[in-house]
Design a protein around this ligand. Sequence first.
Ligand SMILES: *Cc1c(COP(=O)(O)O)cnc(C)c1O
Length: 384
Amino acid sequence: MTEANGSAAPLREAVIDASAIEHNVRRLREIAGTRETIAVVKADGYGHGAVTAARAALAGGATRLGVADIGEGLELRRAGIDAPVIAWLHGPGADFAAAADARLELGVSSARQVVEVAASARSSSVDPVRLHLKLETGLGRNGAHRSEWDELFATAAAAEREGGIRVDGIFSHLSGTSRADDLAQVALFEEGVDLAAAHGLEGRLRHIAATAAAIGIPEARLDAVRIGIGIYGVSPVADRTPAELGLRPAMTVSTRVAAVRRVAEGHGASYGYRYRAPRETTYALVPLGYADGMPRQASNAGPVSIRGERYRVAGTIAMDQFIVDVGDAPVEVGDEVLVFGDPATGAPLAEEWAEAAGTIGYEIVTRIGHRVERTAAESPGAQN
Ligand SMILES: *Cc1c(COP(=O)(O)O)cnc(C)c1O
């Protein structure tokens, strides 16, 4: 078997095209047409790098950034990002004081959290600490249930009058089950917004749509959309490709063939021999595995592109590697293997890996592991 030699380029690489993120934010702003755009950069910017994604999104016109937890917001501040950042998922003992000092905006789901944030605000030099009240409208996650709205709005309005906090927004999150289900959530949300107004909290930023609804449910766009997956150029829905939505994939994962082996008909491939050579053929070894985020469920299915030709994974994806059967193609050690990314490069889409693994594109990009080196796309090539 021929083995690969060392080389300067990273063995496993995820090229991040910030100009694609910038373009995608512009494109989604154009579609949604809302007053504000909240770019979601949680989970390390869906695997793209939170700081890279945040800067690119702001360049594309995002007016705020969204993260799940306070720690993620603090990371953006440490990188010098000054834009408004909302964090909406807090565990017990969440450090609201640190959040307040860092001028993070907080999504809060209960009167109790309002009281806790107001207490932190009193010891903070930041005045006021900005809140977004989260309403539970059906998804079953956090947010105040309808039965708690009166208490939530009364507590928030009182805290706002006392000073120290300001209710900037009211929000919720959709299930994406069907248009009818989403519209029912929007209707309930509007009831909440009206009730908040009756408590003196009128004219606050209303936001309920993530990428899918920002594109597909105009009634949900309201004052702002919180767009995550779309800014990375991955489609939020199974029936539309990024190109059909005018989006460009921002992450291209590639590696190089580590070894090639000519094998006889019937030769097994990888653990469990779930694939056997249908004839004499060449196995190419790809040094990416489930430790790098390649889903083992995509064994015998995930697509790659080598020298412009499409192949599928042959056999089981292992921790560090998988095999592709390249037939009689003249594939050599060191050849570039495009795993997924921008189709302009010839790469399969992340969505194709998602389909092969029975999951969604979100999971494919977000799970790419630490061994895969993130590098910046060479030229800004922004063909907006
Ligand atoms: C992750 C998340 C988003 C972004 O969703 P996408 O489908 O990636 O656009 C928006 N809002 C909340 C509350 C989220 O948790």
